[in-house]
Design a protein around this ligand. Structure first.
Ligand code: SF4
Length: 698
């Protein structure tokens, strides 16, 4: 059958990229050209797309698309191979490693962009076909702090426990460490609150729209949140009735916050006491108020505590679980929500079940048709997993799906060395990446608009992704890859279905009764246009409506109460000082996404953001001899990166900013370190102590 012959002329689906999962209609003309239009009635994007969404169809025709498996030959170069040869080779080497060194000698690294079906199948493949505990995913670098804090407070983690559209009726929204005007612009159609409060060391486009911009010293958001709680209490805004009826643990949290009076907070964070007071007053006096966190608050070695401090503030004001109010987290990756629910995490089984819970093991093993005792226990969190690769006692082989850790992992040069030390690196992707360059075997897989699947957006709504084109010849789906490997590893083929719908139905059974319950969500219901948010359990007669708004009557802890967490400020893992006088923080630019492996291949996006840059305050530039457009070398204790200088008056003078989407010597993650949050395993992406110097043009 000729390529694309089966494809429909137009399909309604969702964007290739971020967690907003904007509704989009893909149309292809008779010549096979595909274009995207926003779905006008999808309530999240309301007829809007960002530049990435408009141009996403270009991904379908990238010139260097991977179309055949590649195997590294004796000469060290990657050469085309047949699927049978590639899969036979991978399976044989995995089998030998497992026999010689045990199942944990083989590891798996997944991604927050994988569909629910792939995320689920990957977790099952690791635990059943490989028998390894060594699985984690790049969502650990994205969502883990908010997930840990959400679980601790509410007993359940769903990014936004309410629909995005609820934000449109807010009077006040506090955004801590989020810049949605640039990272997910269509959401700004809902962030129309008369008073927006933004916490960010940078004066971003979002901050520029705010009624109040709090610009703390990097790494001090936790102190700021403690100070806001302090003011909520001392200025009489505590919602006592809510506290008594719906929460527990306030006194212990208050004991910590009591020591964070406004002037002390100002001394640590640089945020004027008057602005702190204004922020609390705005939140407390609003009828409808939300506190939202993003990566700026979360990607720290104290990210979980920082999020908990903002959650504590929202609880003190009585927001979570009250209609028209709440706390939420703006998840980043396309399936950042679903990707963390179905078993890719080192410590979890599908349905948010904990892998060390005997009842959870028994349930999931029953669905998988295996002995619960055969399932491994918890493995290493993402950075620890990458750091252990090729070391004594660490994994000797790694299978990567949907991730490019050579660019996106912290301490990137070290991670690349660990990948290079493996006996076997297998990477499945649809385009070459900086990680496929190191691979022993590259497996070309279908992408976004070439296959069926489901995604779960940042508001917990399950969405159908639909293909507009068939995959190119020579390409297989990730599910076919996992099936092919599983069979070669001795598994029955039917245990690893290749049809996404069959995998989704199995996922529903595996999640049934779990905290993220999908049992009542069917493809038929999704295709009929129902807006289904989990939890959506199976009920007699079917038709559970799903749960757009959570926690209205009770939180998910056994006693129904939300928990304050007693947290306190602590220093970051490193601080600027002699020799490295500046903070470096990292983030995104509007035209690129994640490691840039996809968006750098889209001509319009590359033209809009062709290379990395470093944002520097003009005073800082003058002190360091930097000029607009000149090259600079930025150096941390880990290494150096080279970037073009952009003078930005709205940045703190003690801080520089670098986007993390770019490869080679422009990688921002050459600077970032391996300090991890002790609860979530989140690395400290948002803070490195650096020096900066001009570099002559080369
Ligand atoms: Fe796609 Fe996100 Fe842009 Fe929407 S905001 S079009 S989901 S990248």
């Amino acid at each position: 059958m000729p390529e694309n012959e089966r494809a429909p002329r137009a399909v309604d689906t969702h964007c290739a990229y971020c967690a907003l999962q904007c509704g989009t209609r893909l149309t292809h003309d008779p010549a096979g050209r595909v274009s995207a239009q926003p779905l006008p009635d999808f309530p999240v994007n309301l007829g809007g797309l960002c530049q990435k969404g408009w141009t996403a169809p270009a991904l379908l025709t990238v010139p260097d698309r991977l179309r055949a498996p590649l195997v590294r030959g004796p000469g060290g170069t990657l050469a085309p191979a047949t699927w049978d040869d590639a899969l036979d080779l991978v399976a044989a080497r995995l089998t030998r490693l497992r026999a010689e060194h045990g199942p944990d000698s083989v590891a798996v690294f997944g991604g927050g962009g994988l569909t629910n079906e792939k995320a689920y199948a990957l977790g099952k493949f690791a635990r059943v076909a490989l028998g390894t505990s060594q699985i984690d995913y790049n969502g650990r670098f994205c969502m883990s702090s908010a997930a840990a804090a959400g679980n601790a407070a509410f007993g359940l983690d769903r990014g936004l426990p309410f629909p995005v559209s609820d934000l449109g009726a807010a009077d006040v929204v506090l955004l801590a460490g989020a810049n949605p005007a640039e990272t997910m612009p269509p959401i700004m159609r809902h962030l129309t609150a008369p008073r927006l409060i933004v916490v960010d060391p940078r004066r971003t486009r979002t901050a520029a729209q705010a009624a109040l911009h709090l610009q703390p010293v990097p790494g001090t958001d936790l102190a700021l949140a403690l100070g806001l709680l302090h003011l909520a209490v001392t200025e009489g805004h505590l919602d006592r009735a809510y506290l008594d009826a719906r929460t527990t643990g306030f006194e212990a949290a208050w004991q910590r916050a009591a020591a964070w009076w406004p002037e002390r907070v100002e001394g640590v964070t640089g945020v004027p006491a008057a602005d702190q007071r204004a922020a609390v007053r705005m939140l407390a006096e609003a009828d409808r108020a939300y506190v939202l966190t993003g990566r700026g608050a979360e990607q720290h070695s104290k990210g979980t505590d920082t999020v908990s401090a903002f959650v504590n503030l929202s609880l003190a004001l009585g927001l979570p679980g009250r209609p028209g109010n709440g706390y939420g987290c703006l998840t980043g990756q396309g399936n950042g929500q679903g990707g963390r629910e179905h078993g890719q995490k080192a410590d979890q089984l599908p349905g948010y079940r904990m892998i060390d819970d005997p009842a959870a093991r028994a349930h999931v093993a029953g669905v998988w048709g295996v002995d619960p005792a055969s399932l491994p226990g918890p493995g290493r969190a993402a950075y620890q997993l990458l750091d252990a690769l090729g070391t004594e006692g660490g994994p000797r082989a790694l299978l990567v799906l949907g991730s490019n850790p050579v660019v996106s992992a912290p301490r990137a040069a070290h991670v690349a060395r660990r990948l290079a030390a493996l006996d076997l690196l297998v990477v499945a992707d649809f385009v070459p990446s900086e990680t496929t360059e190191l691979a022993d075997v590259v497996l070309p897989v279908a992408q976004w608009a070439e296959e069926e699947g489901t995604m779960t957006s940042l508001e917990g709504r399950v969405l159908r992704r639909r293909p507009v084109l068939a995959p190119p010849r020579g390409v297989r789906t990730d599910l076919q890859v996992l099936n092919g490997l599983a069979v070669r590893l001795g598994q029955p083929a039917e245990r690893f279905p290749t049809e996404p719908r069959a995998v989704f139905d199995e996922l529903r059974r595996a999640s049934s009764g779990g905290r993220a319950d999908y049992a009542g969500i069917s493809w038929e219901r999704l295709d009929a246009g129902e807006a289904l948010y989990w939890p959506c359990p199976e009920v007699p007669g079917g038709g559970h409506p799903g749960t757009p708004r959570m926690f209205l009557d009770r939180f998910a802890h056994a006693d129904g109460l939300a928990r304050f967490r007693a947290v306190d400020h602590r220093e970051a893992a490193e601080a600027p000082g002699a020799g490295r006088p500046l903070y470096a923080t990292t983030g995104r630019v509007p035209a690129q996404y994640q490691s840039g492996a996809q968006t750098r291949r889209v001509p319009e996006l590359l033209a809009a953001a062709p290379e990395t840059h470093v944002e520097v305050h003009p005073d800082t530039a003058a002190r360091h001899g930097l000029r607009e457009g000149g090259l600079a070398r930025v150096t941390s204790a880990r290494g150096s990166t080279v970037a073009r200088v952009r003078l930005v008056p709205g940045l703190r003078a003690d801080t520089v900013f670098l986007p993390f989407h770019f490869p080679g010597e422009g990688r921002a993650n050459l600077l970032t370190g391996d300090a991890l949050d002790p609860v979530s395993g989140m690395p400290e992406f948002k803070l490195s102590a650096v020096s900066i110097e001009p570099l002559r043009e080369r």
